[in-house]
Design a protein around this ligand. Structure first.
Ligand SMILES: Cc1cc2nc3c(=O)[nH]c(=O)nc-3n(C[C@H](O)[C@H](O)[C@H](O)COP(=O)(O)O)c2cc1C
Length: 225
């Protein structure tokens, strides 16, 4: 059964475009896959704290207490490890992702757990087969042309998930939300894309299985660190 991890981030609880796109995708997906297990994290309504000095130390091997209390970082990382599809609502704030999403990343991008350096090169440690779908809503448009140089959101999302081993990343943009006559058609196209994705990906992501049939939670490399 597919697992979805849904991360909402818009601080606009009434008319958010990214929230609506996430909801459209999830609703359409669940209609086709009623057995889907969904973990919802509303990181705007219930923001995670910034890293505290003790948690930051605990996340680095050898620097924290002998038995560090990783608390929510472990829970959040387990949710990510278990997810087949990570659905993200990402309002474009000040040219990048919301700080709520960055705080979540600061809890799950973890050396020896979700990434490692092997012979000086980074290696993602998340189990293979995951897909990220990010619905990015912006006031202007950054998808192409010179303005794309001001998009510090989607290149970062692609990079940071790739760093953890997730390279299947779909970005769905709803642009021009500050310009109603242009924003409506972009949001409409994004809504159709959300429905199409829900129809297409369904069973295309079987859970990754090892030859013995088990589903890995952590790679051997991670376990050895
Ligand atoms: C604090 C803040 C910063 C924003 N910064 C930008 C920006 O840098 N570029 C842009 O095009 N739109 C910016 N916007 C507009 C939002 O991206 C736009 O309203 C978008 O629809 C927000 O997503 P949502 O509808 O899901 O809340 C900003 C909005 C807010 C509230």
């Amino acid at each position: 059964m597919p697992n979805l991890l849904v991360l909402q981030n818009s601080a606009n609880l009434e008319t958010s475009v990214s929230r609506r796109l996430v909801a459209t995708f999830v609703e359409a997906y669940v209609k086709r896959h009623p057995d889907a297990e969904i973990v919802h994290r509303d990181l705007a309504r219930n923001p995670l704290p910034h890293l505290s000095p003790s948690l930051a130390a605990a996340l680095l091997p050898g620097q924290g207490a002998a038995t560090p209390d990783l608390g929510s970082a472990d829970i959040l990382t387990e949710e990510l490890e278990a997810a087949d599809i990570i659905v993200i609502g990402a309002p474009f704030y000040n040219f990048t992702i919301p700080s709520t999403l960055k705080a979540w990343l600061d809890h799950v991008v973890r050396v020896g757990r979700t990434f490692a350096y092997v012979d000086g090169a980074p290696r993602g440690l998340l189990p293979p087969g995951k897909k990220v779908i990010a619905f990015v809503a912006s006031g202007g448009a950054y998808g192409d042309g010179p303005a794309s140089a001001m998009d510090f959101a989607t290149p970062y999302l692609r990079f940071i998930f790739g760093f953890m081993g997730v390279t299947d990343i779909e970005i769905v943009r709803a642009e021009w939300q500050a310009v109603p006559e242009r924003g409506a058609s972009s949001a409409q196209a994004a809504t159709e894309r959300a429905r199409n994705l829900a129809a297409q990906i369904g069973t295309a992501i079987p859970p990754y299985q090892q030859p013995d049939g088990s589903i890995p939670r952590r790679s051997g490399l991670a376990a050895s660190l």
